[in-house]
Design a protein around this ligand. Structure first.
Ligand code: RFL
Ligand code: PHB
Length: 401
């Protein structure tokens, strides 16, 4: 593939946000190039999210990237909460007027988008780390990147930072322009992938005095399971038997309840963080997805927020190039941040309600159980959770007050 020297939109990062933005722009007739620092196999195999909201599925369909999702994605109409030795199911459709979510792994979304992009463009370059963005305060920023042992330059009208939490694009913005609001948590997740059938046909979020546990899935034969562990935990401290025993203890609502065990094929420890950078735009530099905000994974929101940002951004760039209307670009940051803060609040709520604080007292635990009881007994409290989990509708948030 030849390397263009100019494009309308330079997209840095080929995670879900960069890839989806590229598809949406391509369909809208806007010219773009995607630069990704890692190789294709790495990007396609990175284990991450598993839950797609309806609006994310709709955007993937709009982008022409949902054929396999429509065949293989598993619709879920609820989740189960386990606490205090009890089980309580949250039924999404009846609480939200028909909304649901899909189990379809981020790895598969990324594979589908990469395949489409390599088939019919726009250009996507792997092993092309961006080193710097120059002239970000001019009308013609330049992206400096490495590829095949050479330093290359790409001129563009706009640079989009889809380069994740440790990305470089935001470094082009002078200090003090963007403000970062951040919180870290005193615990992490140990996540495993196992060749074992899921224990239940929906996700289980379990509160336990031993710590939080989550039972998710990737397919009818593969389970994705998480355990709360202290920060800095070494995955080697968790041999397979210990992981399964602990999952049984934390997830088990009934005596004798057991997970079906199987070989563990991946194991890692994931720290948790909440972070929002605002505004998400400075002149011709715009941030999207994890480059602009991070949520702890308990609310399953990260990938969905990334999809929502780029849906807004693609429409804004299409309006700008199509009929010279810059108003959507001007409101991009405000439009996205309303939804981002809603998701931040929900993710914080799910995290702090379900995890055992490191220095917890029995009082804290009883408060958490009282909150979970409230969700189990009140239609309003359950509907609040279900609405947030299935995704706040984009449209009302796109309207100006
Ligand atoms: P990504 O996926 O981090 O992609 C950024 C890309 O940028 C590249 N890059 C560069 N490329 C060129 N030059 C540079 N200088 C570059 N620097 C970086 C990187 O290599 C990478 O390819 O960000 P993006 O696209 O914004 O996507 C965000 C999502 O990946 C993330 O929010 C979700 O995975 C979060 N998340 C979940 N979200 C959900 O909606 N539902 C879930 O169920 C869910 N579960 C999760 C999750 C995240 C997790 N982890 C690992 C934090 C579960 C976990 C365990
Ligand atoms: C996952 O399947 O990886 C997953 C599901 C729900 C979450 C987090 C992760 O809240």
């Amino acid at each position: 593939m030849t390397h263009p020297r100019h494009t309308q939109v330079a997209i840095v990062g080929a995670g879900p946000s960069g890839l989806l933005l590229a598809r949406l722009l391509h369909r809208a007739g806007v010219d773009c190039v995607v630069l990704e620092s890692r190789d294709r196999a790495y990007v396609e195999q990175r284990q991450r999210a598993g839950i797609l909201e309806q609006s994310t599925v709709d955007t993937l369909r709009e982008a022409g990237a949902a054929d396999r999702l429509d065949r293989e994605g598993i619709p879920h109409d609820g989740i189960e909460l386990r606490f205090d030795g009890r089980r309580h199911r949250i039924d999404f459709p009846s609480l939200t007027g028909g909304r649901r979510v899909w189990v379809y792994a981020q790895t598969e979304v990324v594979k589908d988008l990469v395949a489409l992009q390599l088939e019919d463009g726009p250009p996507l370059h792997f092993d092309a780390p961006v080193h710097a963005v120059e002239g970000a305060d001019t009308d013609r920023p330049v992206v400096r990147y490495g590829h095949q042992g050479e330093e290359r330059l790409l001129d563009c009208d706009y640079v989009i930072g889809c380069d994740g939490y440790h990305g470089v694009v935001r470094r082009a913005v002078p200090a003090g322009v963007m403000r970062v609001h951040e919180r870290t948590y005193p615990y992490s997740w140990l996540g495993i992938l196992a060749d074992a059938p899921p224990v239940y046909d929906e996700l289980i979020y379990a509160h336990s005095e031993r710590g939080f546990a989550l039972a998710s899935m990737r397919s009818p034969h593969v389970s994705r399971l998480y355990l709360q562990v202290p920060n800095g935990e070494d995955p080697a401290a968790w041999p397979e038997e210990k992981i399964w025993d602990e999952l049984d203890l934390r997830l088990g609502a009934d005596a004798g309840w057991r997970l079906t065990r199987g070989p563990v094929t991946a194991k890692s420890v994931l720290p948790m963080r909440s972070s929002v950078t605002e505004p998400m735009r400075w002149g011709r530099v715009l941030l999207a997805g994890d480059a602009a905000h991070i949520v702890p994974p308990t609310g399953a929101k990260g990938l969905n927020l990334a999809a929502s940002d780029v849906t807004v951004l693609a429409a804004a760039l299409a309006a700008h190039y199509g009929d010279g209307d810059a108003s959507l670009l001007d409101s991009y940051s405000d439009t996205c941040l309303r939804r981002v803060w809603r998701a931040e609040q929900f993710s914080y709520f799910m995290t702090s309600t379900l995890h055992t604080p490191t220095e917890h007292s029995s009082f804290d635990t009883r408060l958490q159980v009282a909150q979970l009881e409230r969700i189990a007994r009140s239609h309003h409290a359950a509907a609040e959770l279900a609405e947030n989990y299935t995704g706040v509708a984009l449209q009302p948030f796109a309207l100006q007050p």
